[in-house]
Design a protein around this ligand. Structure first.
Ligand code: NAD
Length: 513
């Protein structure tokens, strides 16, 4: 019956056995190679997608460029109303889309639904924002002059996304880009192409119902080489790319080479500092969810716990106990805490991390292992593991996209913990568990965490859409979602208007003819 239910869901979302992977709205086509999407949940082939060829892409960029001419002149609050209708479409389809996310990507159903809720939330945020795309006014130094700045849409925005948030990341970008007057071309991860097709189908319904042209929302599919159509295209002023640091470095160079803009959301190596007077119960909940939620495949997953020596053993024991309660299995079954990794390559890098940490002198306090047998046929289910390690181990310095948690010990003042925390290449999310005001404020101060996200008494994982999301250093420096992140999707123009009959120059320069 589960298979039957999934067929129904795919049908409701407009997904067939073989799908055209290129779309400018209602116009769908593709002539590239076939991508097969297998579920990590049960190893079954869900459906196939025809990827985007270079010729297909040329049609897409042409359509998007001409759609931009219409969309940019549609008043921003009216664009907001389209996004409002899209949010309603997501509300109607939340169960179906959330289930597909869970089945194609492997996260728990609750998290799949949560991801769709995040899409709805960012749309709501964008609707309000569509009436608030404010610039500033300034006083001119010249008499009879007025100065102000305004924000105009950029053009075609290219979105490249990772497998682990196969729908939300797109909406964080599109909801804002659309109200800003931009049109979007999205290349989802080749590991979750059906999520992309489902989203595009829903968006297309809204644009069609409003008699808007093809090309405001476009989809292309394929691997990195299809991503390169976007990064190399001088007609695309902004590339928003979410994924590994490895990918970000290539994309940044490519786009910078043509002086385009990038918004990069790359890997993290997130830590929670556990201070002597931390609330242990809260710490354990935050750390366990942070480390094993989404099977450790969130960019904000907790990778490192930096624990004060005075409470180290207590925290370790509590964590080992908590890990005994974890149920690993089908993520569509609400009783399970941990679902599968995305694919068997991810299982390899999980195994590699466990091997490396031991080789470097670490000790596994919760042993890992790959599960087999009934319910684990996909070969993607692994046991969350905990290792005692040193901050400078090579493997601890890297992001392993799997449920492996490293316990690191610190002694003395909180400064020492912060130093360990910051001493990695990545700078996404960070947290401190403390009831000590001085420690909390130090952690948030200029000398404290160097991450884009710094939390007190909550974990590293997950964020609300109201704040700007992103991180420093090798995380790429981009910010998306809330606060003033919208500004990256627009170009700023400074305007000076002279309403006199004289032409005074700035800085008092005289130029008499
Ligand atoms: P990935 O880098 O393998 O792929 C991400 C996307 O980039 C895919 O769509 C891929 O096809 C594309 N791509 C790869 N090379 C490219 C190239 N040279 N040119 C153009 N496109 C290219 O990442 P993944 O395995 O899908 O995702 C996991 C990674 O994403 C982790 O490192 C995680 O931390 C990161 N991530 C970061 C955030 C964030 O907001 N900071 C959010 C989610 C995931």
């Amino acid at each position: 019956s589960e298979t039957f239910q999934m067929k129904q869901i795919l049908n409701d979302l407009g997904i067939s056995e073989i799908n055209e992977g290129t779309s400018t709205g209602n116009n769908i086509f593709a002539s590239g190679e076939i991508i097969e999407s297998f579920s990590p949940v049960d190893g079954q082939l869900i459906a196939k997608v025809k990827s985007t060829s270079k010729d297909d892409y040329q049609k897409v960029i042409k359509t998007a460029t001409s759609a931009f001419k219409v969309w940019r002149t549609t008043p921003a609050p009216q664009r907001g109303d389209i996004v409002r209708q899209f949010a309603d479409k997501l509300r109607e389809n939340k169960q179906a889309l959330g289930t597909l996310v869970s089945y194609e990507m492997g996260k728990s159903l609750q998290e799949g639904l949560g991801e769709v809720q995040e899409m709805i939330d960012i749309c709501d945020f964008a609707v309000g924002l569509s009436r608030q795309l404010h610039g500033l006014t300034m006083h001119s130094e010249r008499p009879g002059h007025r100065m102000y700045e305004q924000y105009h849409p950029l053009g075609v925005v290219g979105i490249i996304s990772a497998f682990n948030f196969p729908v939300a990341v797109w909406s964080w970008n599109t909801a804002l880009a659309w109200i800003c007057g931009d049109v979007c071309i999205w290349k989802p991860s080749e590991k979750a192409p059906l999520c992309g097709i489902a989203c595009q189908n829903l968006a297309a319904q809204v644009f069609k119902a409003n008699q808007l042209p093809e090309g405001i929302s476009c989809l292309i599919n394929g691997d990195y080489s299809v991503g390169e159509f976007l990064t190399k295209d001088t007609q695309i002023p902004l590339i928003s790319a979410t994924g590994s640091t490895r990918m970000g470095k290539i994309v940044a160079k490519e786009v910078a080479g043509r002086l385009g803009k990038t918004l990069l959301e790359l890997g993290g190596n997130n830590a929670i500092i556990v201070t002597p007077d931390a609330d242990i119960k809260m710490t354990v909940i935050g750390a366990v969810f942070g480390a094993v939620g989404t099977a450790g495949q969130r960019c904000t997953s907790t990778r490192r716990l930096i624990i004060h020596e005075s409470i180290y053993d207590k925290v370790k024991t509590a964590l080992v106990e908590a890990y005994k309660q974890l149920r690993i299995g089908n993520p569509l079954d609400e009783n399970n805490h941990v679902g599968p990794l995305i694919d068997t390559d991810a299982v390899k890098s999980y195994n590699n991390a466990l091997q490396k940490v031991v080789e470097e002198g670490g000790k596994l306090v919760v042993e890992g292992g790959v599960l087999s047998g009934e319910g684990y046929e996909s070969g993607c289910y692994v046991k969350p593991a905990i290792a005692e390690a040193s901050p400078n181990f090579k493997i601890v310095q890297q992001e392993t996209f799997a449920p492996v948690l490293y316990l690191l010990k610190y002694s003395g003042a909180v400064e020492n913990a912060v130093e360990i925390q910051n001493n990695v290449a990545q700078g996404l999310s960070s947290a401190i568990m403390t009831n000590n005001l001085r420690e909390a404020e130090y952690f948030l101060s200029v000398q404290g965490s160097d991450c884009g996200i710094a939390n007190v008494n909550i974990g590293t994982s997950g964020a609300e859409i109201g704040g700007a999301f992103g991180g420093e250093k090798e995380t790429g420096g981009g910010r998306e979602s809330g606060s003033d992140a919208w500004k990256v999707y627009m170009r700023r123009q400074t305007n000076t208007i002279n309403y006199t009959t004289k032409l005074p120059l700035a800085q008092g320069i005289k130029f008499d003819l």
